[in-house]
Design a protein around this ligand. Structure first.
Ligand SMILES: Cc1cc2nc3c(=O)[nH]c(=O)nc-3n(C[C@H](O)[C@H](O)[C@H](O)COP(=O)(O)OP(=O)(O)OC[C@H]3O[C@@H](n4cnc5c(N)ncnc54)[C@H](O)[C@@H]3O)c2cc1C
Length: 375
C-alpha cells in the first residue's frame, strides 16, 4: 500500500478519531479535525507543486478520503468535497485564478465546498435552475442551493448555474460573505453524517465578478463530467468503504472483548466467525476495488469511468450490508448504542442518496458499458 494511505491513517488516528463521537452526538462540524488538516496543509494535497501544493492526484485523493472516513465519515466527506472543488480550479481555472486561490488552498488558508444541488432538480445536480443575469455592468446571481456541506465553515463555494452568455452551464467560485448570500441556518439534523453542517444557501441579487467564473463560458457540464465525476464518485466510494472498514474493525475487536460467564468470547461462536469472515471479505474487497478504480482513473484507462462508478455502487450497498451484519453480531449492546456500529449504519445510509444517487449511477453504468452517452 502506498505510503500516503498509512500516513493518513496515522493522521486520522490522532486528529480525527478523538472527535468523531462528539461530532455525531452534537451534530457539530469537525472543526478541530479541519484545523489539523489545514495546519498540516492536507488541503493542498492535489494542488500542483508550482502553487505550493503536494502535486498529488486521484489515487492519493482516494487513499486520503478512505483513511479519514475510516475514522469519521463526515470528515472524509467534507474533505473530499474540498478536493473536488479544488480540482475544478486546477483543471479549468485561468492562470490568474490559479495564482489567486491555489497557493492559499495549499497553505491551509482556504477550505472549499460544493453548492450544486437544488430542490427543483434533486439528485440531477448537473441541471441547475439558479440564474446569473446581466444588469447594466453587474452580474447578478439568484436562486437557492438545497444542500451545502461545510456551509458556514468553508471560505469559498463552487456554484453551478445556467450560463448568462453561452449555451450550457457555468461553474463559479463564490466567496461566503458576499452581500445577498444567506444560509438557511437550521442545524443539520440528518439521520447520519451528523457533522457535515449541510444547509440551504440562498443567492439574492448577489453581485458576482466575471473573474470568478471557473473556465470558459458554458464549460460547467464539461467540468461536472470530466472533473467532478471522477473525483466525487470515487470519493464517495472511499467514504463508504471507510465506514465499512470501521464497522468491521470495531465489531472484530468487540467480539474478542465480549466475554461470557464461562470465559468464552463472542468470537468463539462459529456463526459469529462466519459473519466476521463475510463482512471482512466484503469490506476488504471494496477497499481494493475502490483503490484499483482510482488507479485506473489516474492511468486514464478506457474503462476507468465504468470502474469508478462500479466501485462507488459496490461500496454503497456493501457499507449498509456490513453495518447491518455488524449490528447483528453486536447484539443488544450494539442496539443500545454502547458501541459505535449504529452510528456507522446511519452514516452508511447516505451513500445511496448522495448525488448522483446509486439508482441514477447504475443507469449511467449501463449506458457507459454499452457506449451510450451519459447522462
Ligand atoms: C449528507 C448529505 C450531504 C450533501 N451535501 C451536498 C453538498 O455539499 N453539495 C450539494 O450540492 N449537494 C449535497 N447533497 C445533496 C445530494 O447530493 C442530493 O442532491 C440530494 O440528496 C438529493 O435529494 P432529493 O431529496 O432532492 O432527491 P430526489 O432527486 O428527489 O430523488 C429521490 C429518489 O429518487 C431517485 N431518482 C430521482 N431521479 C431518478 C432517475 N431519473 N432515475 C432513477 N432514480 C431516480 C433518487 O435516486 C432518490 O433515491 C448532500 C446530501 C446529503 C444526504
Amino acid at each position: 500500500m502506498n505510503n500516503i494511505y498509512n500516513k493518513m491513517l496515522d493522521f486520522a488516528k490522532s486528529n480525527i478519531q478523538p472527535y468523531t463521537q462528539k461530532v455525531d452526538e452534537e451534530a457539530k462540524f469537525p472543526v478541530d479535525s479541519f484545523e489539523a488538516i489545514k495546519k498540516d496543509k492536507i488541503t493542498g494535497l492535489i494542488v500542483p507543486k508550482e502553487y505550493g501544493g503536494q502535486g498529488l492526484g486521484l489515487e492519493e485523493h482516494t487513499q486520503t478520503v478512505l483513511a479519514f472516513a475510516s475514522s469519521c465519515a463526515t470528515t472524509g466527506l467534507c474533505y473530499m468535497m474540498h478536493n473536488v472543488a479544488t480540482m475544478c480550479i486546477v483543471a479549468f481555472g485561468s492562470d490568474d485564478m490559479k495564482k489567486e486561490y491555489l497557493p492559499k488552498i495549499a497553505n491551509g488558508e482556504l477550505l472549499l465546498a460544493l453548492a450544486f444541488s437544488e430542490t427543483g432538480t434533486g439528485t440531477h445536480f448537473y441541471n441547475p435552475e439558479i440564474t446569473v443575469s446581466k444588469d447594466g455592468d453587474k452580474l447578478l446571481m439568484n436562486g437557492r442551493k438545497s444542500f451545502v456541506t461545510s456551509a458556514l465553515y468553508a471560505d469559498f463555494y463552487l456554484v453551478l448555474s445556467n450560463s448568462f452568455d453561452a449555451e450550457g452551464l457555468d461553474n463559479w467560485i463564490i466567496q461566503k460573505d458576499l452581500k445577498g448570500i444567506t444560509f438557511e441556518e437550521s442545524a443539520w439534523d440528518g439521520l447520519g453524517m451528523r457533522g457535515n453542517a449541510s444547509m440551504p444557501m440562498v443567492f439574492n441579487n448577489v453581485d458576482i465578478d466575471i473573474s470568478n467564473r471557473v473556465g470558459p463560458a458554458g464549460s460547467g457540464a464539461e467540468q461536472v463530467f470530466n472533473v467532478v465525476a471522477p473525483f466525487f464518485v470515487i470519493g464517495l466510494g472511499a467514504v463508504y468503504t471507510g465506514v465499512a472498514l470501521n464497522a468491521c474493525n470495531t465489531i472484530i475487536e468487540y467480539s474478542m472483548d465480549r466475554k461470557y460467564s464461562d470465559e468464552s468470547a463472542l468470537c468463539n461462536i462459529p456463526t459469529v466467525q462466519n459473519h466476521i469472515a463475510e463482512i471482512f471479505t466484503k469490506a476488504t474487497s471494496a477497499k481494493h476495488f475502490t483503490l484499483a478504480a482510482a488507479k485506473s482513473g489516474a492511468n486514464g484507462d478506457a474503462d476507468a469511468l465504468a470502474q469508478i462508478i462500479s466501485a462507488r455502487l459496490n461500496a454503497s450497498d456493501m457499507a449498509v450490508e456490513v453495518c447491518n451484519k455488524a449490528m447483528k453480531i453486536g447484539g443488544g449492546t450494539a442496539y443500545a448504542k454502547r458501541i459505535t456500529i449504529e452510528r456507522l449504519l446511519r452514516d452508511a445510509y447516505a451513500a445511496q442518496v448522495m448525488a448522483p444517487s446509486t439508482d441514477v449511477l447504475s443507469i449511467w453504468l449501463g449506458k457507459a458499458l454499452t457506449n451510450q452517452p451519459i447522462p
